[in-house]
Design a protein around this ligand. Structure first.
Ligand SMILES: *Cc1c(COP(=O)(O)O)cnc(C)c1O
Length: 468
């Protein structure tokens, strides 16, 4: 017999294992079915490891500990809070915008109780769910009417379905964009039944191109924000104002898919070139659609503002029922929009705006504070060093903007940057950073003071896991 076979015999049989009294508390806490499945996984893992470690002694204590750890990890997996040290402010994979604290109370009240979601308290009769934010949206953007749906993809789809099915929509060739994942303007258009008519060339589209293409089959002139890419060099774009002039000449509505939905001029914060929703409305766009969770800094939602007669057509379209906004989202959106009534409040209290607008001096102070507080609690095996770097707005917005930032390089005794990155994805909460030049880096811009104790805990856990 080989050594491998010998050690294999030291592993208990599954049925015997499940009868161990040490496992009774786990069966009680997690249920027998989950315990059995975890025990099987652990036994299989150990059996696989045996040939490499023939001398390892798998004591009962060790086996129970492994099962317990696995059950705990399963418990903590699933959707959960994480620490974003990536420096990407609007990270679609990390949930885009963290909500302002001001949304917490209404969000909880709406979740745990009944609400006037679709009930008009003044008249005592059925109301509209969008109504809670419509007036606010009109006030903030200067539009006549507003509507909210599940996300901006839904907003664009609804507009196209309601206003242009079976008819033509004219779009510049340079604006037929793909916004990550599965949102591509030509595909959405096909889905809606609208017929896409491309005008211009990839880099240049002139007002004349639209004028020559308009016909009695045209339902809509559509302008799409380039979002995640930028054109430089020999380019020409027909502005919203020019498109509106053409639209008025031929009595065809102009729709703008504004993408990020910026409600605040970001130029004072050194972020140039992002037009606000208000500016599209002012230039005469008949409909503007935008996201709730990109530059606006609220929950996932699709916001539509524009002319009353067009919004009315959207409201009576049967698709609206399938795209409607959820009450929790609506609660968070309402509170986020309210903050915009005072721009200073918005910048100060909406995390996305705060992170984007944070000047380098403040990032530096925050970095020093974080490092000082972390060092005070971390064991000497974990070392921290500050570097200069840049953060990205992300979320398909502002592709050319790089924000100067401070990065915390984390080193844990003998671990490589890659191993550390891997371990920190397993901790509670997981920590997402980036690796550059073999260094594991955490960007201070996308972390908050609240993250410090959690981050310290996760770093300690990573060190523990690495010790086995
Ligand atoms: C992000 C984006 C969308 C999709 O918005 P979601 O809210 O993610 O559905 C559509 N159009 C443009 C131009 C965008 O930037």
């Amino acid at each position: 017999m080989t050594t491998g076979n010998d050690t294999r015999c030291r592993l208990p049989k599954m049925d015997r294992l499940l009868d161990w009294p040490e496992l009774a508390p786990l069966a009680h806490a997690y249920g027998r079915r989950q315990l059995r499945s975890a025990a099987r996984t652990v036994l299989e893992d150990l059996r696989r490891q045996l040939p490499q470690h023939p001398a390892t002694d798998f004591s009962a204590e060790c086996i129970v500990a492994r099962i317990q750890k696995l059950l705990l990890r399963q418990q903590e997996s699933g959707l959960q809070r994480i620490i974003n040290g990536s420096g990407v402010v609007l990270h679609t994979n990390l949930g885009r915008s963290p909500l302002p604290a001001a949304a917490r109370r209404v969000l909880l009240d709406t979740a745990w109780g009944y609400s006037n979601l679709e009930f008009d308290l003044t008249r005592g009769e059925r109301g509209e769910r969008s109504a809670h934010v419509e007036e606010l949206l009109c006030e903030l953007t200067g539009a006549e009417a507003a509507l909210v749906v599940n996300n901006n993809a839904a907003a664009v789809l609804l507009c196209l379905c309601a206003l242009s099915a079976e008819r033509e929509v004219i779009v510049s060739r340079g604006e037929l964009v793909e916004i990550g994942g599965s949102f591509r303007i030509p595909d959405v258009m096909r889905q809606s039944g609208a017929l896409l008519v491309e005008v211009g060339t990839t880099n240049r589209t002139h007002p004349q191109d639209y004028r020559q293409t308009v016909s009695d089959r045209t339902a809509l002139l559509l302008k799409v924000h380039a979002s995640n890419f930028a054109q430089v060099g020999f380019t020409a774009e027909t502005s919203t104002a020019e498109l509106v002039t053409i639209g008025r000449e031929v009595a065809i509505p102009v729709m703008v898919d504004a993408g990020s939905g910026c409600l605040l001029d970001l130029e004072p914060f050194g972020i140039a070139g992002e037009a606000t929703v208000q500016s599209y409305v002012r230039q005469g766009a008949d409909l503007v659609t935008f996201s709730g969770d990109k530059l606006l800094g609220g929950p996932q939602a699709g916001l539509i503002v524009g002319r009353r007669n067009l919004v009315q057509r959207l409201k009576s379209h049967p698709l609206l029922r399938a795209l409607r906004i959820d009450k929790l989202t609506l609660a968070a959106l309402q509170e986020t929009l309210r903050l915009y009534r005072d721009e200073r409040k918005a910048v100060d209290q909406i995390p996305t705006l705060r992170m984007l607008s944070m000047p380098f001096g403040e990032v530096t102070r925050q970095a020093r504070r974080m490092v000082r507080r972390l060092r005070a609690t971390l064991p000497p095996a974990i070392t921290l060093r500050l570097h200069d770097g840049t953060s990205a707005p992300g979320g398909g917005s502002l592709p050319l903007v790089q924000l100067p930032t401070r990065l915390i390089e984390v080193t844990v005794s003998s671990l490589s940057a890659h191993r550390l990155e891997e371990l920190l994805r397993e901790t509670t909460p997981p920590v997402i950073g980036r690796i550059k030049n073999d260094r594991f880096l955490l960007d201070v811009r996308t972390m908050t003071t609240d993250d410090i104790p959690l981050l310290a805990g996760s770093l300690r856990q990573a060190l523990e896991i690495s010790h086995g």
